[in-house]
Design a protein around this ligand. Structure first.
Ligand code: ADP
Ligand code: MG
Length: 247
């Protein structure tokens, strides 16, 4: 299996805090890679580095073999690498369809956009994706009126309309009602299996990540602690200790 993302020896400091120290990991194409670790272990920082949110201090990050560690967010996004946030970033006063429309890349919005008209195929696609995440009935409602879990589904839909090759999800189930969690996991898996989107997922809920990921990395104190299958990670004493030590 080829690696879509290769992270090699990446370090990131904030003043005196070493958020990531010499991190190396691979995200295989077509798979679901998990990233776990206690709070403050450097997971979000690593995502931020991959998507170009801030420069890294050392190391290399490649996407499809191309060095991306000196590229900016929009350039990396254009290559097909997108992320969602721990906190949702939707426009609460706008309806779901309009939130979808502002997420469509400019290059797919030819002249029609200048006349405030969206091409029919873009509208059809947005509706199909809202249907896929279960929000079709709510497409004309203000995004702010949705439950937190539904807002996360909308954010997922907003990422999907960009047709990413790989999607980085930062704690997709955090704050979501348990009854919605299974639906979300099911959609993530279908996005991976049916649409071929490679997933790289930070997740705090152990049950979720053990179910979803085919390989898992564990960070602790900014360092790589372990890597393996869900079963190997679950039975790794260092991982268990890292979590116990954090509580
Ligand atoms: P996690 O996502 O695993 O909970 P983070 O990557 O958010 O961990 O944080 C790792 C460490 O880096 C923490 O000590 C955090 O306080 C620090 N950190 C993260 N982002 C910043 C920032 N923008 N400025 C200063 N410190 C930061
Ligand atoms: Mg985080």
């Amino acid at each position: 299996m080829t690696n879509l993302i290769e992270i090699s020896g990446v370090s990131k400091r904030f003043g005196g805090v070493i958020a990531n120290s010499q991190i190396s990991l691979n995200v295989p194409e077509g798979g679901i890679t998990g990233l776990i670790g206690p709070n403050g272990s450097g997971k979000t920082t690593l995502f931020n580095s991959v998507v170009g949110y801030h420069p890294i201090d050392e190391g290399s990050i490649t996407f499809e073999g191309q060095e991306i560690s000196r590229m900016r967010v929009p350039q990396i996004a254009r290559l097909g690498l997108l992320r969602t946030f721990q906190q949702t970033r939707i426009y609460g006063k706008m309806n779901c369809m309009d939130n979808m429309m502002i997420s469509v890349p400019q290059r797919r919005m030819p002249l029609a956009r200048m006349f405030s008209k969206f091409p029919a195929e873009v509208i059809d696609r947005a509706e199909a994706i809202l249907e896929f995440v279960g929000l079709y009935q709510k497409r004309m409602l203000p995004a702010g009126s949705l439950s937190f879990g539904q807002q996360k589904l909308l954010e997922f839909a907003m990422a999907l309309i960009n047709e990413p090759k790989v999607l980085l999800l930062d704690e997709p189930t955090a704050g979501i009602n348990p009854t919605l969690i299974n639906g979300l996991i099911d959609r993530l898996r279908r996005a991976n299996e049916d649409f071929g989107i490679t997933l790289f997922v930070i997740e705090h809920n152990m049950r979720v990540i053990m179910n979803l990921a085919d390989n898992i990395y564990c960070l602790a104190h900014g360092e790589m602690l372990a890597h393996g299958t869900p079963e190997e990670i679950q039975n790794d004493q260092r991982v268990v200790d890292a979590y116990l030590g954090a509580h």
